[in-house]
Design a protein around this ligand. Structure first.
Ligand code: ZN
Length: 327
């Protein structure tokens, strides 16, 4: 039975848009594949970073909302996004982060995988996880990081929950996930057939308050389905489980359904297609402000509301990166 095949994208809240671009494209070497606006709040940028082709499952997106208070880590919220990197590349990444004045913890092994944790300039918890798992990935030839070391895409997310049971039961009973293992207070589940890009780790934190959205927090976690028909099937299953999903919303590059899992985390189901090359050539993805057709009439006022973004510098010796404030 077709269903969810893994992570589609993760969307988080950033501070300053230029600092966000400098970090994800300039330091982490992800490609800005779409420069757009929040379709519900067009006065806000929506920046999408992915691999060289914007492959589903490689995409980390941001709403830069510089005026928002800092988010609070807590229950019902994803507290970390793990990105996949090739086996043997953590030393390269540790050096690269250090050269850009990004502090990282000593590498640890999680569920058998070497992992380096740090935070982005606005406080989002990140991890780089070494994996040899087979996955869809297109290198970004013009990126500042050599293809051999480039980020392969999303590896997994980590959630805090007040109670593990209801969320785990919903993931396995309704969304088709499988429990993989328990380790150091974390329970790992995975979308079938498991592996990089399909992982969710949950820690039960009964005494911790609910998390709140704000700068540096994950806004929602999107799971991928291959096509519209599968999305409708999954949506019916979610509805039957009492999770009140939205109708199918056309996001132009994919179609989306939103709902909250039992612990409160905002989830989305998104189709693999049509994809980011639907409205601009693959070669020039992300180079101009792209609006969905229904916002084109408002282009002039939308463009004037957004600060222009400079191309990020890509050299480790760039003074601009070294002076990026680490808030
Ligand atoms: Zn989304």
């Amino acid at each position: 039975m077709p269903g969810i095949t893994g992570l589609h994208h993760v969307t988080a809240i950033a501070g300053d848009a230029q600092e966000n671009l400098d970090f994800y494209a300039g330091v982490l070497g992800m490609r800005l594949v779409k420069r757009s606006v929040n379709q519900d709040v067009p006065g806000t940028y929506h920046l999408f970073y992915a691999d060289g082709a914007g492959t589903p499952g490689t995409d980390l997106t941001f709403f830069p909302w510089p005026d928002l208070p800092q988010g609070r880590r807590g229950n019902g919220l994803a507290v970390e996004v793990a990105l996949a990197v090739p086996v043997g590349s953590l030393e390269f990444w540790r050096d690269r982060l250090a050269a850009h004045r990004v502090a990282s913890a000593d590498p640890v092994v999680r569920f058998g995988e070497s992992t380096l944790t740090f935070a982005d300039p606005h406080g989002l918890g990140l991890a780089l996880t070494e994996t040899a798992d087979d996955r869809e990935f297109a290198p970004w030839a013009e990126g500042p990081v050599a293809p051999a070391h480039q980020i392969r895409g999303l590896h997994g997310v980590r959630l805090f929950e007040r109670a593990l049971g209801p969320t785990a039961a919903f993931l396995t009973g309704t969304l088709g996930f499988t429990k993989i293992a328990d380790e150091e207070g974390w329970t790992r589940l995975a979308a079938a057939p498991g592996g990089s890009g399909r992982v969710i780790d949950i820690q039960e934190q009964p005494g911790v308050a609910a998390g709140t959205w704000g700068t540096g927090s994950v806004h929602h976690v999107a799971w991928r389905v291959p096509d519209d028909a599968t999305e409708l099937t999954v949506r019916s299953d979610i509805q039957r489980a009492g999770r009140s999903p939205t109708g199918v919303i056309d996001r132009f590059w994919f179609k989306s359904v939103y709902f909250k899992e039992p612990g409160g985390t905002l989830f989305e189901v998104a189709t693999d297609g049509p994809g980011f090359a639907e409205d601009e050539p693959l070669e020039s993805l992300g180079s101009r402000l792209v609006l969905p057709p229904w916002l084109e009439d408002d282009r002039a006022s939308i463009e004037s509301a957004h600060p222009p973004l400079r191309e990020p510098a890509s050299s480790a010796s760039s003074d601009r990166f070294l002076s990026t404030p680490q808030r």
